[in-house]
Design a protein around this ligand. Structure first.
Ligand code: NAP
Length: 415
């Protein structure tokens, strides 16, 4: 495909997908979106670390061919005021794998959230957030090492589908009349804002399928279906029902439900089986504070997953280092999970950890585990040396505070 403002690196090759499997050349073209605000600082630092780790791990046999694509404020400069150029979507579809810095979402602005739009347009239905503790990272928990979960949050449905009708509008009144007169619904006040929460079998099943497949591929012991099905029976409750169905219909050999374990196996999960269990969302927050070892993979509907992702990230160091990815069947977009922190723009100050570890997830997704492992180890070594950015320095005794780019230098020297 020809592009107007994008340059395809001549030395790289496309990542491809066949039968649900990714094929990665030794010099894959990977896309990056720098991001707004602190995006420049963290992307510049992280690109240097990823490249150094790949060079170190594979001695020049493998090398990433980076291709910059645009979204947000930088896109508006390049594309004459267009924050979301079509070329960016085209390139993501064509090249399949990319990473992005944070993007500004103007409150009450003229366009929808860029992040939500990217997820919806590219059908990136899994929001994947690994949450684990790195040695040395300040944490409010007594035993943060017990937290090691991967959250699979459904990304396209639930109240995020944006089906809302403002109080006082003709559409709202029409819907209210329909609900009252034709559906016999009486449980809401006159003039209430109305929202619709769609949760489908298709959407729920593909998310839970991805979570179970991840558990199989990464040797994880359990998948927990998180829900509010006690209250919202036909949306949240159905999510759980469909989740169990996927497990029993498609992964019967590898999974076992909690019911089966209790009834037929004396409460002990048989060797080689992945436990499929479910918990109510509010209790899950308690579990993750009081006995986080009970959970390994959390599969959730959209809103529950949103709350859980940030709450759990706070247990192991906060948004400054929490990584994430939005993944579809043939496009994966890894991303820093925090925002643009505008007050720190171009100050060379913030923690690049969230973007850096999103890149580590990307390396793992490519199957380049050796490079990913090098970064994880170098990060822990750097923290052992108490060399950190301002956010951790203010929580650590005797730390040496450095800027974003100096932090990257130290990690590279520790690779
Ligand atoms: P934010 O940008 O995440 O910043 C909130 C606070 O989090 C910062 O003031 C800072 O805390 C801390 N922080 C964020 N990134 C950090 C980093 N890399 N290192 C260390 N600390 C970090 O949230 P916001 O101020 O609510 O949102 C700003 C803009 O970002 C908004 O336009 C919002 O819509 C957008 N946003 C984008 C995304 C995305 O692109 N995925 C996500 C969320 C928000 P201290 O003040 O304590 O230093």
């Amino acid at each position: 495909m020809g592009y107007d403002k994008l340059t395809i690196p001549s030395e790289g090759q496309k990542v491809t997908f066949s039968n649900g499997k990714i094929n990665v050349p030794d010099n894959p073209i990977l896309l990056y979106i720098e991001g707004d605000g602190i995006g420049y600082d963290i992307m510049t630092a992280s690109l240097r670390i990823w490249d150094a780790a790949v060079a170190r791990a594979y001695h020049g046999k493998r090398k990433i061919a980076w291709m910059e694509v645009y979204c947000g404020e930088k896109a508006a400069q390049v594309y004459d005021g267009n924050y979301m150029p079509e070329e960016t979507f085209d390139a993501l579809r064509e090249f399949g794998v990319g990473i992005k810095g944070p993007l500004t979402t103007p409150v009450g602005g003229g366009f929808r959230s860029l992040n939500v739009t990217l997820r919806q347009v590219l059908d990136l239905y899994q929001c994947v957030r690994p949450v684990r503790w790195f040695r040395g990272v300040p944490s409010p928990l007594k035993n943060p090492q017990d937290v090691d979960v991967v959250i699979f949050r459904e990304n396209t449905e639930d109240i995020y589908a944006g089906i809302e009708f403002e109080a006082g509008t003709p559409e709202n009144e029409k819907l209210a009349k329909f609900l009252r007169e034709e559906m016999g619904v009486t449980g809401f006040f006159e003039g209430a804002g109305l929202g619709i929460k769609p949760v489908s079998a298709f959407g729920s099943k593909r998310l839970v399928r991805a979570a179970i497949q991840y558990a199989i591929d990464h040797n994880r012991p359990s998948v927990t279906l998180v829900h509010k099905g006690n209250i919202q029976k036909f949306t949240e409750g159905a999510f759980v029902k469909w989740g169990y169905e996927v497990a029993s219909e498609e992964f019967a050999e590898r999974t076992i439900s909690w019911d089966d374990v209790a009834k037929n196996h004396g409460g002990k999960v048989p060797a080689g089986k992945i436990l499929i269990q479910d918990t109510i969302a509010d209790i899950t927050f308690q579990h993750m504070l009081l006995r986080p070892r009970d959970h390994s993979i959390l599969a959730t509907t959209n809103l529950n997953g949103d709350y859980l992702s940030d709450a759990l990230a706070a247990e192991v160091g906060g948004v400054g280092i929490a990584p994430g990815a939005n993944i579809g069947d043939e496009v994966a977009l890894f991303e820093a999970t925090h925002g643009t922190a505008p007050k720190y723009t171009n100050l060379n100050k913030v923690n690049p950890g969230s973007l850096l570890f999103s890149g580590v997830m990307m390396l793992e997704y490519l199957g380049w585990q050796e490079a990913a492992d090098l970064i994880n180890a170098a990060y822990e070594k750097t923290l052992d040396q108490k060399i950190v950015t301002y956010d951790f320095a203010r929580q650590m005794e005797g730390a040496t505070e450095v800027g974003t780019s100096q932090f990257a230098d130290v990690i590279i020297s520790n690779l």
